[in-house]
Design a protein around this ligand. Structure first.
Ligand SMILES: C[S@@+](CC[C@H](N)C(=O)[O-])C[C@H]1O[C@@H](n2cnc3c(N)ncnc32)[C@H](O)[C@@H]1O
Ligand code: SF4
Ligand code: SF4
Length: 359
């Protein structure tokens, strides 16, 4: 995949869903029996290979190997990582993964550690320090997950490897808000007691809810919890915190008015590919309101740099959200809470407009 206009864009991410199947049942996740409204499945390894062959890996792409399921459940997960490792060699692109950590066995740990700087971060979604809370929220066995995580940390230490750095993720919601501090204390103590040197982070994440009023409640709980337990962002070693800056106003991004808000970067920087090859504009479009085509019939290049995508981008630049209606007449982009990440800068938009002859 190659084109002039996006060569200067930073933080480009192609999301490749290896599967939408999952072994957990997290209450806040849109992974249901049929997360995309079609049957569930696994990406064909040949399709994965083809996608990587189409992406210009010299243009700093992050290959996000997950979406709505648990990627490690893919029967050929190890082989897929081997393919990625081989293709990323001598490029400046890298892999990124979010996992629930429940099946992160030693074989997978060793494979992941082989990537070095080609696998800079891995996020492990935990959300609890007490097993009962984890069971309630995620339906899993916290002790197994913590054990896998600790084994990974010991192996990384033993191999003297710096990557991947871990984000120990905790989504703040009403069921677990009171144990945020205990979570941070638990992992800080573990790192200190075991001499784990790292630049890892505890990541306190905002709960995303696809309902404006509920989102406001989630934002309020997030801001209040961070403040109550003084869990603002820090860069302390060996375990920092990613949350919000002390000076940051509450729910800063959500309160912006849609007419004034920044242009959404996703249609410029973030192609999203479902396990069966269907392509859409962003990871918030889980039921494919804005589908752009399928890799069974087209190349990724033809879809991502094609006219349909350009028309969609143009409407975003001109903030004509009312024209971006879904099939049932809903202006999803207008009401979307997801436009805040990743970002696209003014010079990047200007660069795109110039390449496309737009004023
Ligand atoms: C859908 S999961 C797939 C990857 C993997 N199964 C996991 O749990 O990490 C991708 C990410 O979305 C997060 N997530 C799920 N539901 C969320 C929500 N309502 N708000 C914010 N993040 C959410 C998960 O914790 C995870 O980090
Ligand atoms: S483990 Fe990940 S994909 Fe599975 S239900 Fe939980 S958040 Fe969703
Ligand atoms: S505004 Fe939201 S729905 Fe629209 S492209 Fe951006 S992230 Fe996707």
């Amino acid at each position: 995949m190659d084109d002039d206009w996006d060569s200067l864009l930073e933080n480009k991410r192609v999301l490749i869903e290896l599967t939408d199947k999952c072994n957990l049942h997290c209450r806040m996740c849109c992974n249901r029996k049929s997360p995309h409204g079609i049957g569930q499945g696994f990406m064909d390894i040949k399709l994965f290979d083809r996608i990587l062959a189409e992406i210009n890996l010299n243009k700093q792409w992050s290959l996000e190997l997950f979406w709505l399921g648990e990627s490690m459940l893919h029967p050929e997960f190890d082989k897929i990582l081997e393919i990625a490792l081989q293709k990323l060699e001598n490029t400046n692109s890298h892999v990124n993964l979010h996992t629930n950590g429940s099946i992160l066995d030693e074989k997978k740990q060793r494979l992941i550690l082989k990537f070095g700087e080609r696998f800079p971060f891995m996020t492990v979604s935990i959300d609890a320090v007490h097993p009962e809370t984890h069971k309630e929220i995620r339906g899993g066995d916290l002790e197994t997950i913590n054990q896998n995580l600790k084994e990974f940390l010991f192996l990384r230490k033993q191999m003297n490897a710096a990557n991947p750095r871990l984000n120990l993720q905790f989504i703040i919601m009403k069921e677990n808000a009171e144990e945020t501090k205990a979570f941070a204390d638990y992992w800080e103590a573990f790192y200190a007691q075991n001499g784990i040197n790292s630049s890892d982070n505890i990541f306190f994440k905002r709960l995303e809810v696809h309902d404006i009023e509920k989102q406001k409640e989630a934002n309020k709980l997030y801001d209040e919890t961070i403040e109550k337990f003084n869990l603002f962002s820090t860069t302390t070693s060996p375990l920092g915190i990613i949350s919000k800056e002390k000076s940051q106003p509450p729910a800063y991004w959500f309160e912006e008015k849609s007419e004034q808000r920044q242009v959404c970067a996703a249609p410029f920087k973030n192609p999203v590919i479902r396990w069966d090859g269907e392509v859409t504009v962003c990871c918030f479009d889980d039921i494919f309101f804005y589908t752009m085509g399928n890799l069974k019939n087209s190349s990724l290049r033809d879809i991502w740099y094609g006219e349909k995508m350009d028309a969609f981008r143009r409407k975003h630049i001109e903030r004509r959200y009312d024209e971006l209606l879904t099939k049932d007449g809903w202006a999803k982009c207008k009401a979307c809470i997801g436009y805040y990440f990743p970002k696209i800068s003014e010079p990047e938009i200007e660069h795109y407009c110039k390449a496309k002859g737009l004023n």
